[in-house]
Design a protein around this ligand. Structure first.
Ligand code: FAD
Length: 458
């Protein structure tokens, strides 16, 4: 397991595994405290059941296992005060109606003022649009009180093994990785959902092209095994080593998210013989231990989110700029203190990830929009996940990475005097995605010890 010895560098991020392990040990208790004990961060509101898969007919890929089900909070009294419709209703201010994209851009907002603001008029403006702000990396989860949405307690619906697998799951991951074939890719036959900018667009037709290209890819892969000179269509992790930074980062974010999901399902696995939930070491060995690059990508994501969270600290600390809309000053202050306990520790490791290097040189600047569109497509793909529990966590985590990318690339204090606002759902997903990564790193360390016990190092 040499490749992930503590001194190895998580390339593309400026921190070693040991630095990130130490950081995780210090910060995890604070992240867990925030995401487990505050109403604000332990709940989520999303459109879980009412969005159709915009890319293909997903009716056959549905998971019928009980472990795939999500317990939603259907009665108002079960929903914490801060998430109730009556509270969300208070978010409405004079500008609450969606002002349209042009007006949004021109409206002078203070940093992070707005959607999460206090329960008073202007400073709590919320926008209802399900479409993206130009600077969003994700299709936002609508948080308005009047729209269709499901409330969930994240604690009641832990991410773990569900049994969702087979063609449906495979198709999803394939489509996610295929998003990485950027337009300027020199690899013949590259296919992507990149043309789809709205779910109402010609998605189905494009997807047909994608499937055909995937078939071509399979044939090419078979040929390639016989003749190594056959060109690639979609690329594997190692092939990304030769790619520019931006494309590599996109791939690493997806692969790191996949690795984190795999870690959780192996860690909280249902032993079907005993009926007990317990770690499954061979699941870990087959999905992660044998693939150090996947683990490296998970650490990479941890570094990336740490940087985004550190960068948010100054905004979240300022009561005037940012209020958690708790309707209760004490609770608000307690939540803020817990948030700052996380952001301050995250800021204690300087230079963990240098986002200023991205979208700068070579084809970098022209890739930004492409990068954002592809990320949005991945977030739309989450509506195609055929298992409710997996969809919940898939949506939450893509929203979390989307929020992190937005903070990293759109909050440039010098060049961007009007930084984009963050919705409540973006903030909650960001911190919960960070919590997921921290618990994956923790689980991997424990799994490694288990593997060493079975196969003592020579
Ligand atoms: P998969 O994990 O499906 O992987 C498919 C292929 O991708 C592999 O054969 C390999 O070539 C490649 N690959 C695997 N990991 C990586 C990586 N990290 N980086 C790069 N390439 C990789 N199942 C649950 O039990 N619980 C969940 O909460 C859950 N959430 C999910 C969320 C989403 C969005 C999706 C799409 C699926 C989810 N699943 C979940 C299903 C789970 O991820 C697997 O698809 C399933 O367990 C079948 O695994 P598999 O061994 O066939 O390989």
């Amino acid at each position: 397991f040499d490749q992930i010895e503590p001194k190895s560098i998580v390339s593309d991020a400026c921190a070693s595994y040991s630095t990130l392990d130490r950081l995780n040990q210090r910060i995890k208790p604070a992240v867990d405290d925030l995401t487990r004990t505050t109403d604000f961060f332990s709940h989520y509101r999303l459109n879980l059941f009412n969005k159709r898969c915009p890319f293909w007919n997903d009716e056959n890929g549905m998971c019928g296992n009980i472990a795939c089900a999500v317990q939603t909070l259907d009665n108002e009294e079960d929903i914490p005060e801060v998430w109730r419709a009556s509270q969300l209703g208070k978010l409405e201010g004079p500008h609450a109606k969606h002002p349209g994209k042009r007006a949004q851009k021109e409206r002078p907002l203070k940093p992070l003022e707005g959607k999460l603001g206090a329960n008073v008029g202007e400073s709590c403006v919320v926008e209802y649009d399900d479409e993206c702000d130009d600077r969003d990396y994700c299709v936002p989860e609508d948080e308005s009180a009047g729209s269709k949405g499901d409330y969930v307690s994240l604690l009641q619906n832990p991410e773990r093994f569900t049994g969702y697998a087979g063609d449906g799951a495979r198709q999803l991951w394939d489509a996610i990785y295929r998003e990485n074939c950027f337009q300027r890719s020199s690899f013949p036959g590259s296919a992507s959902l990149g043309k789809i900018t709205t779910p109402k667009g010609p998605a189905a037709m494009d997807f047909k092209a994608v499937i055909e290209a995937a078939g071509r890819h399979q044939n090419l892969e078979q040929q390639r095994q016989q003749n190594p000179l056959t060109p690639f269509v979609a690329k594997t992790g190692l092939e990304y080593e030769d790619e520019c930074l931006e494309k590599r980062v996109f791939y690493r974010v997806m692969s790191g998210m996949h690795a984190s999901i795999s870690t959780h399902l192996c860690w909280d696995f249902l032993n079907q013989t005993t009926g007990k939930w317990q770690p499954n070491v061979s699941c870990y060995v087959n999905r992660l231990h044998k693939f150090p690059d996947r683990i490296s990508n998970l650490y990479f994501n941890y570094a990336l989110l740490t940087r985004a969270i550190a960068k948010l600290g100054p905004y979240l600390s300022n009561k005037k700029e940012y209020t958690f809309c708790m309707g209760d000053g004490d609770q608000d202050a307690a939540t803020r203190a817990k948030v700052l306990a996380v952001t301050e520790k995250a800021a204690s490791v300087p230079q963990i990830f240098d986002e200023s290097l991205m979208f700068k040189n070579g084809e970098g600047p022209s890739l930004k929009e492409d990068f954002r569109n592809r990320f949005r497509n991945v977030s739309r793909l989450m509506d195609c996940v055929g298992c409710d529990k997996c969809r919940l966590w898939g949506k939450l985590q893509t929203a979390g990475y989307g929020a992190a990318l937005k903070v990293l690339f759109e909050y440039d204090n010098n060049n961007n005097p009007v930084p984009p606002v963050l919705k409540r759902t973006e903030l909650v997903s960001l911190f919960n995605t960070y919590a997921r990564l921290g618990s994956s790193i923790n689980a991997i360390q424990k799994f490694r010890t288990m593997v060493d016990q079975v196969e003592p190092a020579t």
